[in-house]
Ligand binder design. Structure first.
Ligand code: SIN
Ligand code: FE2
Length: 202
C-alpha cells in the first residue's frame, strides 16, 4: 500500500489476473443491460471523451440541461441500473473502512485516446465515505492534486488491477486522467481502459 498524498491510498496489483478477468465479464453483462452513454458537460453540452454506465441503486449521470447528478434510472432506457455485483462489494468492504455499502458504481470506458480533466468528486452528500477506484486494462497516468484546482499535483501510473482509495483528507482532492498508455495490458481485447468508482451518495 502506498500513500500518495492526503490520505489517498494506492494499492498496486490489488486484483490478480483472474479477478480482473471476472470483473471484465461482469462489466460486459452490465453494459448489455445498461448501455454506455456519452456524458456531456452541463451548460455547454460538450461531450466528454469517456463513455459511461453505472451499476448499483444509483448512477452518476450528466446532461446539458440538468448537469451532474445521481439517479436511480438509466438516462436512455429509463430502467433501473443493474445490481452492484458481489466482487465490488467485497473490494469496498476490504478497503473502504466504512460501515455502509456503496450506492453507486460509475463505470468509465476510456479508449486509448480518452482522458478526464482535473475534477473533484463532490456530487455526493456524504464525504465521510471514500471513493474507491478499480483500474482494468491499459495503464493510465493519474494526476492527483489538493483541495484547490491550482494546488501542486503529482502523477502516478495506474495499472490493471490497481485500486485507489480517495478517503479522509483526500476525499475531495482534485484528480484526473491525463493519458492512457496503449498496449500496456492484454486484459481488454480492443485495448483501452475501464475504471470503476464505488461511491456512497447519501
Ligand atoms: C474518475 O475520477 O471518475 C475516474 C478516475 C479514473 O479513471 O481513474
Ligand atoms: Fe473522479
Amino acid at each position: 500500500m502506498l500513500e500518495i498524498a492526503n490520505g489517498i491510498r494506492h494499492l498496486p496489483g490489488y486484483l490478480e489476473r483472474a479477478g480482473q478477468q471476472s470483473l471484465v465479464e461482469i462489466v460486459r453483462g452490465i453494459v448489455a443491460e445498461a448501455p454506455l452513454f456519452i456524458p456531456v458537460m452541463p451548460g455547454t453540452g460538450k461531450p466528454m471523451s469517456v463513455r459511461m454506465t453505472n451499476c448499483g441503486p444509483l448512477g452518476w449521470v450528466t446532461d446539458k440541461e440538468r448537469g451532474y447528478r445521481y439517479q436511480a434510472t438509466h438516462p436512455a432506457t429509463g430502467r433501473s441500473w443493474p445490481a452492484m455485483p458481489e466482487p465490488l462489494l467485497d473490494i469496498w468492504n476490504a478497503v473502504s473502512d466504512y460501515p455502509l455499502p456503496p450506492q453507486a458504481c460509475l463505470i468509465n470506458f476510456y479508449s486509448d485516446d480518452a482522458k478526464m480533466g482535473l475534477h473533484q468528486d463532490k456530487d455526493e452528500q456524504d464525504f465521510g465515505a471514500p471513493v474507491v477506484s478499480v483500474s482494468l486494462g491499459n495503464s493510465c497516468l493519474f494526476r492527483v492534486g489538493g483541495l484547490s484546482r491550482n494546488d501542486r499535483t503529482q502523477s502516478i501510473k495506474l495499472a490493471s488491477g490497481d485500486v485507489v482509495v480517495l478517503g479522509g483528507a483526500g476525499r475531495l482532492c482534485f484528480h484526473g486522467v491525463d493519458r492512457i498508455y496503449p498496449s500496456t495490458s492484454t486484459l481488454l481485447k480492443n485495448g483501452g481502459r475501464i475504471n470503476l468508482t464505488l461511491r456512497r451518495v447519501s
